[in-house]
Design a protein around this ligand. Structure first.
Ligand code: ADP
Ligand code: MG
Length: 409
């Protein structure tokens, strides 16, 4: 059995592109020279933003440590300050410009570390871990808000967004990387613990009670989007503008220093070590259209979150079958819909993150239906298992691609 997280691989592909960009090639070059994949990855992730040319969706990482490094790379005359942080299992880069940019970045870094500490189900001393241990309890402001939003999303997505899926995620080994395939009996025992209707939330008094013993929640499907929204609030408060890239989940606030929009590149579903694309149908994975395409397309924006979910982000393989980390709450299995990549574009980062996970579970038709009912709140960029690219009409002026785009109206 082998497995992979997207983190290391993407980096190598990116380095060649990134080195062409101005100003900050050294870290990536050094990393590439050293042959250290992780270092390459870190440099690459930050590179794309420091250059303020493109933000490339970056990678998740399996490592559970949290660490930070900070660097202020003023980009020529425009004084774009960047900060690199490793948190929430991923490499992050914050970029800001404006009089108080330095202060805003300090606060942003402190905030991301605080949220990581509070929300990570996997880390024993988090608030979420305590709730899971005790079957509920008192909630901080952040957790109360996130559970409330998650329950609402659960209702809006026919149950696809389901934070109580954590016991099932554990059974598959996605929480500790001891990957395994649970037996049908085991899943049948766990599925009754899955269901947001068994969470009793008292939003006013900020408490939650799990109605069944053994229930556990996991805010991983929504945390990064919430975090980028919070950091955007910090930028706003300090009247600075810039971009937040949480491992490929991007949120921008205000234009680039030169007044133009940020160009956020949507990554092509990643290849395996064997250079295959098992997420796509046989025909599509060998298609000439996708060969050598690093990006599905590029979205230009100066005010939105751009958040992507895909099975290729975290998975393991056994006997030729690929199992990924987004669980269909109805079956307890990795979701098996007809999409390989879902990007949600919205001013609300929390919504964008929750929906990217949900739409991945729901598939193209249902996702389109939900978009039609809420087209004022978000847009989507989707790739299906046949390698076809879809985008919703609301971003017609913002999204471009070398591939043919099927517009959803
Ligand atoms: P990322 O890893 O980039 O944050 P997502 O936003 O798609 O990707 O979140 C995936 C995570 O969400 C999983 O690792 C798991 O913690 C959690 N999750 C898995 N399935 C579901 C689901 N059906 N509803 C809500 N959260 C889920
Ligand atoms: Mg998500």
């Amino acid at each position: 059995m082998h497995y992979r997280n997207r983190k290391k691989l993407l980096a190598i592909g990116l380095v060649s592109i990134l080195l062409l960009l101005n100003g900050c090639g050294n870290a990536a070059e050094r990393a590439a020279d050293s042959g250290d994949e992780k270092a390459v990855s870190e440099a690459a992730a930050s590179q794309s933003i420091a250059s303020s040319q493109e933000a490339a969706p970056s990678e998740n990482t399996a490592s559970s440590q949290t660490g930070t490094s900070s660097q202020n790379a003023a980009s020529s005359a425009e004084e774009l300050l960047t900060r690199e942080v490793f948190a929430m299992d991923t490499y992050m880069t914050f970029s800001a410009y404006g009089e108080d940019a330095e202060t805003a970045l300090d606060e942003a870094e402190a905030e991301i570390l605080r949220l990581d500490q509070l929300l990570a189900a996997e880390s024993e001393d988090s608030e979420v871990a305590a709730l899971n241990k005790n079957g509920g309890g008192r909630l901080s402001e952040d957790t109360a808000y996130l559970i409330e939003r998650s329950i609402a999303l659960n209702e809006e997505t026919d149950g696809a967004f389901e934070i109580t899926v954590y016991p099932v995620k554990q059974a598959w080994g996605f929480t500790d990387e001891n990957y395994r395939i649970p037996s049908d009996e085991e899943l049948a025992e766990l599925l009754p613990l899955v269901g947001s209707d068994q969470l009793e939330l008292d939003a006013e008094n900020k408490t939650v009670t799990y109605k069944k013993e053994g229930m556990k929640i996991d805010l991983g499907g929504i945390t990064k989007g919430y975090a980028s929204s919070r950091l955007t609030d910090i930028f706003m408060k300090h009247d600075v503008q810039g971009m937040i890239n949480l491992g490929g989940n991007v949120q921008v606030y205000g234009p680039k220093p030169d007044g133009s929009g940020w160009r956020v590149a949507i990554q092509t579903p990643e290849r395996t070590e064997e250079n295959t694309l098992p997420w796509l149908s046989q025909a599509a994975s060998g298609s000439a259209a996708l060969a050598g395409v690093d990006y599905i397309g590029v979205l230009e924006t100066d005010s939105q979150a751009v958040i992507t979910s895909g099975g290729y982000e975290r998975y393991f393989e056994k006997d030729g079958v690929y199992y990924h980390h987004i669980i269909d709450p109805k079956t307890g299995y990795p979701s098996d819909a007809d999409l390989v990549s879902v990007t949600i574009v919205s001013e609300d980062g929390t919504l964008a993150d929750g929906l990217s996970t949900s739409m991945f579970v729901l598939g193209l038709d249902k996702a389109s239906e939900i978009w039609r009912a809420h087209s004022d709140e978000f847009d989507m960029i989707l790739m299906d298992t046949d390698g076809r690219l879809y985008a919703t009409e609301g971003i017609k002026e913002q999204f471009t691609s070398d591939l043919e785009i099927h517009w959803i109206a």
